[in-house]
Design a protein around this ligand. Structure first.
Ligand code: PA5
Length: 442
C-alpha cells in the first residue's frame, strides 16, 4: 500500500472536506466510458494474460533483443517499470526502444546494438496510425524480413493494437502477427497494466503476477474505503477518509487554489527517472487543457539538488514538491559483489575530510540526504511524500494504480476530461502539412 505524508501546513479539516469531494468525484471517474483501468487489476483478461506469458517465454528463447516500438502511453509505463526494477530482474532478452522519436541518432543506435543478433518486435499503438512508431516499425520490419525472410519475420512480430480497428490492427490480421489488445475502455496513458505494458515487462523478467497483485491491493483498499461508510453527516464522512489516493488528489487541488501551479515529482533513486516521466505524461495530458492544470515537472536527486535545488529552495514559490520514498530499499539482487551494500571505505589519512562517513552505507547517507532535503525545501514550499513499501513489482503495481486514480480525480477537480488530449493534434496537423501528407496541404 502507498502512504502519503505531509510536510506542509494544509489545514486538516480542509483536507478532510476536499478528500471527501475527491471520493465523490471518484463516482464520476468510474462512470466514464474510458474508466476500464479502474477495475482492471481485478477484471483483466486472464486468457490474454496467459498468452502474454507464453509469448514472453517464446521471445526469451529465440531473441537476444525485443524491440518495443511505441510512444507516449504505449511506451513510458513499461520502460518506467523495467528501469525501476533494473537491479532486481534478469532476462536473457534485452528490451530496446524505438519509435518514441524521429531521431536518426536514436534509431541508428538501436539498429547498431542489434547488429546481427536475433530479435523480435513488439509494435504497440492503440490508434495504429501514430507517425513515430509507424515509421520505426517499417524500418525494423524491413531489417527483420532481410534477416529471417517474410514468414519467420511475421512470426517474430507481436502487435498490441486496438480491439477492432486501425491500420496496425488491420495489418496484424492481414500478416497474421500474434496480436494483443488495448481494451476499448482504456486510453494510452492508463494502459500500462494491459498487454501494452505486460508483454515487454514479462520479457524483461518482471513478475507480472506480482505487479497485478500490487495494483489489486490498492484497488481493494480503496473499495473498502468506499463501502465502509456508516457515517451520517458530511463531517463524519470527511473525517473517516483515510485513503491516500483521495488525500493526494485533495492536497493537489487545495495547493492549486493557493496558486501553486507547478508540481515537481522527485526521487533519490535515478532508476525512477522514467517512472517520473510516465507520471509527467499521465498528469500533463490528463490535466493540462482549457487553460488549466498543474504543470508536472520532475527531478532526480541528489543530482538535481545541484541544479534545480537552488530554485526549489529560493525561487518563485509557485511550486510544490512530491517526493517518492521507500520504507525499505532492497539491495541489488543480481551483482557480482558478495555484499551488495556499498560503504564509504576506511582510510588511514583524512585528506578528503570524510572520516565521519567511514563505513557508512551509501543507502544510509542517501536517506539522510532525503530527510535533509525535506526539512530544507519545506521551509520554502509545500512538500508531500509518497511512500512506497519497497522497490518491487508489488509496490510498483500499487504506485501505478495510486497515481492513475489520483490523476483522473485531479482532472475532475479541474473540471476537464482526464481521458482526451486534443492539443496533441496541433503539431501533428502542421507536421503533416509540411511533409505533404495527402489531405493536409494548403
Ligand atoms: O495517452 C495517450 O493516449 C497518448 O499518449 C498515446 O498513448 C500516444 O499518443 C500513442 O498513441 P497510440 O498508442 O495510438 O500510438
Amino acid at each position: 500500500m502507498i502512504n502519503l505524508k505531509f510536510h506542509c501546513d494544509i489545514d486538516a479539516s480542509m483536507l478532510a472536506v476536499q478528500a471527501s469531494s475527491a471520493q465523490n468525484l471518484m463516482d464520476e471517474v468510474r462512470e466514464d466510458k474510458m474508466a476500464g483501468w479502474v477495475s482492471l487489476p481485478e477484471n483483466y483478461d486472464k486468457d490474454e494474460f496467459s498468452r502474454i506469458k507464453a509469448a514472453a517465454q517464446r521471445i526469451q528463447s529465440d531473441s537476444d533483443y525485443l524491440v518495443c516500438i511505441g510512444i507516449g502511453g504505449s511506451y513510458l509505463g513499461h520502460k518506467a517499470i523495467i528501469d525501476a526494477l533494473e537491479s532486481q530482474i534478469k532476462s536473457n532478452t534485452k528490451v530496446l526502444y524505438a519509435g518514441n522519436s524521429i531521431s536518426t541518432i536514436s534509431t541508428q543506435k538501436v539498429l547498431d546494438e542489434i547488429g546481427d543478433k536475433d530479435f523480435s518486435i513488439n509494435v504497440i499503438s492503440k490508434s495504429g496510425t501514430t507517425t513515430e512508431p509507424a515509421i520505426a516499425f517499417r524500418i525494423f520490419k524491413e531489417k527483420l524480413i532481410e534477416k529471417y525472410g517474410e514468414n519467420e519475420a511475421y512470426a517474430r512480430i507481436y502487435a498490441t493494437t486496438d480491439a477492432e480497428s486501425g491500420a496496425l490492427h488491420d495489418e496484424a490480421l492481414y500478416n497474421h502477427y500474434e496480436r494483443f489488445v488495448v481494451p476499448n475502455d482504456i486510453g494510452g496513458r492508463y494502459s500500462v497494466l494491459t498487454a501494452v505494458g505486460l508483454l515487454p515487462l514479462a520479457v524483461a523478467g518482471v513478475n507480472i503476477d506480482d505487479l497485478m497483485s500490487g495494483a489489486r491491493e490498492e484497488e481493494a483498499a480503496l473499495m473498502t474505503q468506499l463501502t465502509s461508510g456508516t457515517e451520517t453527516s458530511n463531517e463524519e464522512i470527511a473525517g473517516s477518509i483515510t485513503d491516500a489516493i483521495f488525500k493526494y488528489a485533495a492536497a493537489r487541488h487545495i495547493l492549486r487554489t493557493r496558486n501553486y501551479d507547478v508540481e515537481v515529482l522527485s526521487c533519490f533513486e535515478p532508476c525512477m527517472e522514467y517512472l517520473e516521466k510516465w507520471w509527467q505524461q499521465l498528469f500533463g495530458e490528463s490535466e493540462g487543457k482549457e487553460d488549466k492544470g498543474i504543470f508536472p515537472a520532475t527531478a532526480i536527486y541528489t543530482t538535481d539538488l545541484h541544479s534545480l535545488g537552488q530554485y526549489m529552495q529560493q525561487g518563485r514559490p509557485n511550486i510544490f514538491e512530491t517526493i517518492i520514498s521507500f520504507e525499505n530499499l532492497p539491495a541489488p539482487k543480481y551483482t557480482n559483489r558478495i555484499n551488495p551494500q556499498i560503504t564509504v571505505p576506511k582510510m588511514d589519512e583524512n585528506l578528503d575530510g570524510l572520516q565521519y562517513l567511514e563505513e557508512k552505507e551509501l543507502g544510509f547517507i542517501n536517506e539522510k540526504a532525503k530527510d535533509a532535503t525535506i526539512t530544507a525545501h519545506s521551509q520554502h514550499i509545500p512538500v508531500l511524500e509518497v511512500i512506497m513499501p519497497d522497490l518491487s513489482e508489488r509496490s510498483l503495481g500499487s504506485l501505478i494504480y495510486f497515481f492513475e486514480l489520483a490523476c483522473a480525480i485531479s482532472a475532475k477537480f479541474e473540471q476537464v476530461n482526464p481521458f482526451d488530449q486534443p492539443g496533441v493534434e496541433a503539431y501533428k496537423n502542421e507536421m503533416f502539412r509540411l511533409l505533404g501528407k495527402p489531405d493536409f496541404e494548403g
